[in-house]
Design a protein around this ligand. Structure first.
Ligand code: ARG
Length: 265
């Protein structure tokens, strides 16, 4: 197809406008590795902002939460600039693969499988899985959920533990694109239980005081360590991240952020 000059000009204008519009939104950048006005590189940080209190999308479009505060503090201490992009969970990994996202922080557990494709910073948070069940449920451990419908966020460690217990093709496993949908379905009675990260499960439990539920731990649930993720081999930014993280561990800032979100638990 031969493109006329006029058409090309329109196209250029449209793309240009799109970029400006995207830039005005929630601070999204048109592409990874853009530079700020000073020419300094601005790293695009992707997150799935539907994971309270770690990543939250506020009504005004702003992304807030524990991990957001941690990453902002890491960048400040590490001396680099970032901008936020609410990618969602699966697209966050795709974004890192394609290079449209430089850094991922989203309560991501450091796992051997992920380490094949990505590099992780030192850990900034320790977590474990928890089971959300109705208050009168006889469930006291994961094995008791055999035959029941279990909600998880797809492609997470919550899904992994359920698959490990009941098999990869377990018919009762319901994978959701995001965590809130699984919890909604639980409170609406569409799944019997939800398995997910303790901080998030506890948050939803606390947010729904009128509803009758309980949180069940299982001794097979191992400790999970959240890390900040970059594309494999991206040592330049990884070193900056680890440098910033080390500083905020040493100066108490990381603990301060933790206390702000989890101090009263
Ligand atoms: N820690 C779990 C994992 O890494 C779940 C993380 C989900 N995070 C999110 N923002 N939805 O698999």
């Amino acid at each position: 197809m031969k493109l006329g000059k006029k058409w090309l000009a329109t196209l250029a204008l449209t793309i240009g406008f799109g970029m400006v519009a995207a830039g005005c939104g929630s601070g999204a950048a048109p592409s990874s590795g853009s530079s700020g006005g000073s020419g300094e590189k601005v790293y695009v940080v992707g997150t799935d902002a539907a994971y309270p209190p770690f990543q939250v999308l506020e009504a005004d479009g702003k992304i807030t939460g524990h991990d957001i505060d941690v990453m902002n503090a890491v960048a400040e201490a590490g001396g680099f600039k970032i901008e936020w992009r609410n990618t969602g969970w699966d697209p966050l990994f795709d974004g890192l693969d394609k290079g449209t996202v430089d850094i991922g922080i989203s309560s991501i557990t450091i796992t051997d499988k992920r380490k094949e494709k990505y590099d992780f910073s030192d850990s900034y948070f320790v977590a474990n899985q928890l089971i959300l069940v109705p208050e009168d449920s006889p469930v006291t451990k994961l094995a008791d959920l055999e035959g029941k419908n279990i909600g998880v966020q797809a492609a997470t460690t919550g899904e992994e533990v359920v698959k490990k217990a009941f098999g990869d093709t377990y018919a009762g496993l319901k994978g959701y694109d995001d965590m809130p949908s699984s919890v909604d379905d639980f409170f609406n009675g569409r799944v019997d239980a939800v398995v997910g990260d303790n901080g998030v499960i506890a948050f939803y439990a606390k947010k729904n005081p009128g509803k009758k539920f309980k949180l069940v731990d299982d001794q097979s649930f191992e400790k999970e360590y959240y890390g900040i993720m970059v594309k494999k081999g991206n040592t330049e930014i990884l070193n900056k991240i680890n440098d910033g993280l080390k500083k905020i561990k040493e100066n108490g800032k990381l603990q301060e952020i933790y206390n702000q979100y989890f101090g009263n638990q």
